[in-house]
Design a protein around this ligand. Sequence first.
Ligand code: GLP
Length: 264
Amino acid sequence: MEVIIRPDADAAAGLVARIIAKELRANPHLVLGLATGRTMESVYRVLVRMHRKGGLDFSLCSTFNLDEYVGLALSDPHSYRHYMNEHLFQHVNVELRNTHLPNGQAPDLDAECRSYEAAIAKFGGIDLQLLGIGRAGHIGFNEPLSAFKSRTRVKALAPLTLEQNAEFFGGADKVPRRAITMGVGTILESRRCLLFATGAEKAGIIAKAVEGPITSMISATALQLHAHCTVVVDEAAASCLEGSEYYRRIFATEPEWEEFRNLD
Ligand code: GLP
């Protein structure tokens, strides 16, 4: 795992977008795993700008989102399909038929989960998986006790997750109780993971995810087992990390980060 600390949320989002852009330029057929949530909005804003002003080309790439609420229509403004259309897909030249999210309205949800896994396999697996982190430490909707070998499945949302998403739905009682999510095992099979978090409210959970003991109570700790996981945080989200001096030195001196250093 490598941890990159940027001075503020914009600089951190800019770095995440540049890492994605670099991978996409190196492999135009990139299979990109995408995430939702407030934090990601700033990354998608930068990617849209890079497409408009820098010609970043999404025409050959395919995408797989981590998760979707059960029971919401694709057109529902709270659905993650709607979120992705609004924040990214309709502003770049990705082929909509190459964008995938689980269908939370499928009549047979277990079959939907199996076919989502099959689709990821058919596209050759995920090259780069973008991840946010919930306040309880979930990645996707892998709530506490999610098995590290879990695959795409239906998951009941934890109380803290319902609370965290309440403002979007006008109250915790209106948040769907279940979601389809890629499993921790599915995520760990991606060739590279890129976890992005900003703000002081994420500082405690980021320290646990990165430096704490591996536990299925905090699914993000599974990323410590991944061979190529980059964590990008701003100063606020980094404030509880014990090893930050070491992480800063790596970013400041290691050659692989040179091209990303002077961008703020
Ligand atoms: C939801 C998503 C997660 C995301 C999390 C964080 O729970 N299912 O994938 O990481 O929100 O959201 P935010 O960026 O709004 O804190």
